[in-house]
Structures are given as C-alpha cells and as structure tokens.
Design a binder for this molecule. Structure first.
Ligand code: CP
Length: 327
C-alpha cells in the first residue's frame, strides 16, 4: 500500500480535504476487514513512530502501539515526564531529534492554550509527520473513528440528526477537543448537527463560525440549544459527553458551582425515549458512568460504544499507513 499522504501532518481534519478523509476511511475499512480475517498488513515494515503522552490514555495509546505492530513497524511509548522536555527542552529540539531517529511522531498534549501550539511548533521543525493524539482543541483520531462508526451503522449521513450534548461528570476537567472536532467534521458529511450545553460550557466562537460554514458548504445544518430535552428529541445519534468550561474559566478545578448547577445533564433512559426509536448512543470513552450516563443506556441496545472504540484501531492504522513512508 502506497502512503498517499506521505509526510502530511495530521493535526486537525480541517486541514484534510473530504476526498483525503474518504481515502482514510476506505483504508480503515480495508484494514478492519484484513484484521478480522488475520490477513497480514506489513505496510510499515522497519518503520518506527514515537508516541509522546503528556496525559493518560487507554484507547489512543494502545490503538497506536498495537496498530504499528500490526503494520510491521515499531512504536516507542514516551511518558513525557521522563523526557528532557520535563527539564525544559524545546519542542523544536525534541521534534528535530526524534524525526532523525524514526518515521513519525505522535503526541497528546491537552493543556489549555498550550497543546495545539506545542504540536504546531513540533510540525514546524519535524521532517516526519506529526500526528495529533489529542490536544486542547482537536482530537482528529477520535472524530475519524466516530465518522467511520456512523457510516457503518446508517445508510446515509445526509440529514442525519446528530446531537452533541454536554453531560455532567466529576472525573476530571476534560478538554473540549472531542465536541469541537465533531462539530467541525460532521456538517462536512451533510449531517444536521445540534450542539447542546448549559451556559458556561461554550465552545470557541471561531469553531462555531466554522461549523456553520462547513454546514452551508456541504448541505448539512448546525444549531445550538441550551435545552437538553430539545437535543434528544427525534435524534438519530446522540453523543452526550462532558467537557470542561475552558472557554469561560481557565481554572483547572474539576468541581465548581457551575458544574454542580448542571447535575441534571445526564443521559437517562427517559431522555433516550425522546430520540428516534433506532437512535444510536455514542461516547468517545472513558465515560463517567452514573454521572454522564445511566448504565442502562451505555450498556443498552442503542449503545455502539465498543464498535466506536474498536474503530480507533483501524483508523489509527490508516492514518499511520497513509502518512508514514521512506525517509
Ligand atoms: N477516547 C480517547 O481518546 O480515549 P483515551 O483517552 O483512553 O485515549
């Protein structure tokens, strides 16, 4: 398989055209079929990638590590607290040196107003593709896997009613990168996107403007509501998930008055009953069970969370296979 997008950074899907994204999805489906049938896929034999993590991860780390092995290469997991960057080494020096040792660099850095800038700085100096494993603004790996999952379960994404809904959680103050990536990507596939959240959990104005523009240009639609019930009403897909109030409050505190005021924003069976009878429930995971969602919903017949999580493997492999090549 030729790396059609060799050297292209994967920082946000906004920098990838629809035909390019479609190709990534086509390759993801092919890799999934081959994985299921134990067919070897040694497309990155003798290639290596560095995985830099500033934060914890289950899905992203393991889909990348297993994925690279299944492609015939090697992934080195780097806990950034053990790297010299913890002593202040610059992203320029880190990227220049790692790119001289291998064929790709992937990084998760979700620190607010730092993460995306850090990846951009590495990209400016790397000679190999920089792959975003989630930053403060974008989680393109998650958005791509979500789109693949949706395309697998519905006949068409055109005018699919999809609701991205804020939910109450206390586990940690989560980045905005998942909902932000979803509101930018889904309208490009002509979905009718609803974004629902209580006051204080806004996404950046520029992202809302871009989501509306993506909808206008691609035959989808985009609306905002502050009414949770309205977002569930008649939805074909619901994605109730917590995100932090970073845009209005840069404090790292997890629990505050604003959060507690909105305990009622939970995905319950009662809420699900308002949606389409065949509604799909999605969540990037990890879920804050009991707070964001009732077990009866996340473990229920509408939930496709494990398919969504599995697709992180196939899409991760597609991104690596398409961007990583010979030096
Ligand atoms: N959805 C997601 O990115 O999961 P991890 O944080 O476990 O990687």
């Amino acid at each position: 398989m030729k790396p059609l997008f060799k050297g292209k950074h994967f920082i946000t899907l906004e920098e990838w055209t629809k035909p390019e994204i479609d190709k990534l999805l086509e390759v993801s489906c092919d890799l999934k079929e081959r994985f299921r049938n134990n067919k070897p896929t040694p497309y990155l034999r003798d290639k290596s990638i560095f995985l830099m993590f500033f934060e914890q991860s289950t899905r992203t780390r393991n889909s990348m590590e297993s994925g690279m092995t299944e492609l015939g290469g090697h992934a080195t997991y780097l806990d950034t607290s053990t790297m010299q960057l913890a002593h202040g080494e610059s992203p320029k020096d880190t990227a220049t040196i790692l790119s001289s040792y291998g064929h790709g660099i992937a990084c998760r850095n979700c620190f607010w107003q730092i993460g995306n800038k850090y990846l951009r700085e590495m990209a400016a100096h790397s000679t190999v593709p920089i792959i975003n494993l989630q930053d403060d603004l974008y989680h393109p790996m998650q958005a791509l896997a979500d789109l693949m999952t949706i395309q697998e379960v519905v006949p068409s994404t055109k005018h699919l009613k999809i609701s991205i809904i804020w939910a109450y959680a206390t586990s940690h103050k989560k980045p905005i990168s998942v909902p932000l990536s979803q509101i930018l990507l889904f309208p490009r596939y002509a979905m009718d996107v609803t974004l629902a959240y209580p006051d204080g959990y806004e996404l950046p104005d520029w992202a809302i403007t871009k989501a509306k523009q993506n909808a206008e240009e691609n035959g989808g639609s985009f609306r905002i509501t502050h009414n949770m019930e309205e977002a569930f009403q008649g939805a074909d897909v619901v994605i109730p998930k917590n995100w932090g109030s970073w845009v209005t409050n840069t404090s790292k505190d997890v629990i505050d008055d604003l959060l507690e005021k909105n305990r009622g924003w939970k995905c319950t069976e009662k809420m699900m009953a308002l949606a389409s009878p065949n509604v799909y429930y999605m969540h990037a995971l990890p879920a804050d069970r009991g707070n964001e969602v009732e077990d009866a919903v996340i473990d229920g017949k509408h939930s496709i969370i494990y398919r969504e999580a599995e697709n992180r493997l196939h899409t991760a492999k597609a991104v690596m296979a398409m961007t990583i090549g010979d030096k």
